[in-house]
Design a binder for this molecule. Structure first.
Ligand SMILES: Cc1cc2nc3c(=O)[nH]c(=O)nc-3n(C[C@H](O)[C@H](O)[C@H](O)COP(=O)(O)OP(=O)(O)OC[C@H]3O[C@@H](n4cnc5c(N)ncnc54)[C@H](O)[C@@H]3O)c2cc1C
Length: 498
């Protein structure tokens, strides 16, 4: 029996593995690297590194149980056919994917293999609620997050996670199969020269044990502060589980169940605060579900504006500005801090993601897809649903999106969420010596203050790439050209909910 691992790189709460093990037949645990897989976006550079270390951890876990992970490079269908032929396997089990083309490819494969007499089963391993089960009263998909999540929660709790199978028998790989196997190192997922992954290695221990450890640590020490402190980019109040969820080293059901257990175990004065935090955290898992839901019902989420009016948006082409943003050299410290955190660790705090994404689509007036592509290449949690859905949300072109005229002011955002400049000083050390008042707007400091802090603006650290008020005006004028820009602009800093 072949268990085809895809974005579910774990042993616990891995329904395809559990069901295959329950058949009592010997297992082959397979991972296929298919750079040209139908409908699958090839992983970006940071994700390739993350896959490398996660696959290694999965292989180690399987070896502890007497098995191993068979990694094969090639076209998915051909690799499966070759594995079936070489092993004589009687079936293939996998957990579902939700991208449109990937689903089509899976459905075609399933029916072809079944026609050949194999047992082929697919399971739910990546989501709390299957997207086709959550519809409004007219039987249509929800377009608004709150209504979607309310409907999910009305459906009750998702099934509890299953432990790793107690008993697994592994098939001894015949020579035909070992010949197919690729060495993980040969896939070239790990950067060599230059080795840019050092910061990521420090930040992200890989594998399902590390994921569960992170989940436990978050629920025991950080959860209580989550509701109040989750917007502070220098703090550690958020779970940092996204990279583990992205490759399936952790399942959302595991996170959900552990949260519920922690809620029940909570006593004493902090109960209300803990309760609010737990609901808030659950709501974030809900946002993840909503992103997958969007990709399921609107499969071209990463390519097409969900609001067609945005097709008329006069995006600019400006390679120099894009590069300055990518390199953290825009002259806006909060934006630059975020982009450097991303480059160094493969992750960025959610608040800052919103600010830097808004900066691309609004201050620079660049197509959101250009920013999305950079995130895709540099995030260790790069996710085919969450990344485009959030970019569309920030740009205003998505479902239930932030209105386009909500233009984050990076200075005010910095002053509000990083008032002492801790985050900015960590990632933009050139300006660390500036007083708090100027650390988010160095250009407002006097010559003497700059000199005292050892900053030569325009030399050590850039002047702002664009001036906020002018950029804001330009963005609003561009938006008006779509025919949707007649609404009254609001002061984003006061009205913003998120
Ligand atoms: C422009 C932009 C791009 C993004 N790209 C990605 C991406 O590629 N992959 C990704 O996992 N998240 C993405 N996010 C969402 C969010 O920023 C990250 O999920 C979050 O920062 C991860 O940190 P955490 O695990 O500490 O989150 P927590 O606050 O602890 O949240 C718990 C979990 O909920 C989910 N979650 C939280 N916020 C969101 C959200 N807005 N949308 C979807 N899921 C959410 C994540 O799985 C996260 O691990 C993006 C957000 C923006 C604004």
């Amino acid at each position: 029996m072949i268990v085809w691992f895809r974005d579910d790189l774990r042993l616990a709460d891995q329904p395809a593995l559990a069901r295959a093990a329950a058949t009592g037949q010997p297992l082959i645990c397979l991972y296929i690297h298919d750079p040209q897989a139908a409908g699958e976006r090839p992983p970006g550079a940071a994700m390739r590194w993350w896959l490398h270390v996660t696959l290694k951890a999965l292989d180690a876990s399987l070896r502890e149980h007497g098995g191993r992970l068979l990694i094969v490079e090639g076209a998915q269908d051909e690799v499966l056919d070759a594995c079936i032929a070489a092993s004589g396997a009687s079936g293939v089990f996998w957990n579902r994917r939700y991208g449109g083309k990937a689903r089509e490819a899976d459905a075609a494969l399933k029916s072809r293999l079944r026609d050949d007499g194999l047992t082929v089963e697919s399971f739910s391993g990546a989501l709390l609620y299957e997207p086709w089960t959550v519809l409004n009263q007219s039987g249509e998909p929800f377009q608004v997050y709150t209504a979607f999540w309310r409907a999910c929660r009305r459906a009750g709790d998702p099934p509890p996670p299953e432990p790793a199978p107690e008993r697994m028998i592994f098939q001894r790989l015949p020579a035909g199969l070992t010949q197919l196997a690729s060495k993980l190192d040969a896939l070239g997922f790990e950067p060599k020269k230059p080795d840019w992954a050092a910061g990521m290695r420090d930040a992200w221990p890989a594998g399902e044990e590390a994921a569960l450890e992170r989940l436990r640590a978050f629920l025991h020490s950080d959860l209580e502060a989550y509701a109040d402190e989750r917007d502070d980019p220098s703090g550690a109040a958020t779970s940092r589980l996204s990279p583990y969820l992205a490759v399936g080293a952790l399942s959302p059901r595991q996170a959900f169940a552990a949260l519920k257990a922690a809620q029940h175990g909570r006593h004493g004065q902090s109960a209300t605060r803990g309760e609010t935090s737990a609901e808030k955290f659950l709501g974030e898992l809900g946002w993840r579900e909503f992103c997958y839901y969007q990709r399921f019902h609107w499969p071209d989420l990463a390519e097409r504006n969900l609001r067609a009016a945005f097709d008329a948006m006069p995006w600019r082409r400006d390679a120099k500005a894009l590069r300055a943003w990518q390199r953290g050299q825009t002259g806006y410290p909060l934006v630059d801090a975020g982009m450097r955190e991303l480059w160094h660790t493969g992750w960025m705090h959610n608040r800052v993601r919103m600010v830097v994404a808004s900066f691309v689509a609004k201050h620079l007036l660049l197509d959101w897809r250009e920013g999305e592509a950079w995130f895709w290449d540099t995030l260790v949690d790069a996710d085919g649903a969450s990344n485009p859905a959030n970019w569309q949300w920030v740009a205003g072109s998505g479902l239930d999106a932030a209105p386009y005229f909500r233009i984050f002011n990076p200075v005010l955002q910095g002053q509000k969420f990083d008032p002492r400049g801790l985050y900015v000083r960590q990632w933009v050390p050139e300006i660390a010596g500036l007083p708090d008042k100027f650390v988010h707007q160095p250009w407002k400091a006097s010559e003497a203050q700059l000199a005292q802090a050892g900053v030569r603006l325009g030399t050590d650290y850039p002047l702002p790439l664009v001036e906020h008020d002018r950029a804001r005006q330009r963005a609003l004028e561009a938006f008006a050209k779509t025919g949707k820009g007649k609404s009254q602009p609001v002061d984003d800093e006061r009205k913003a909910k998120q």
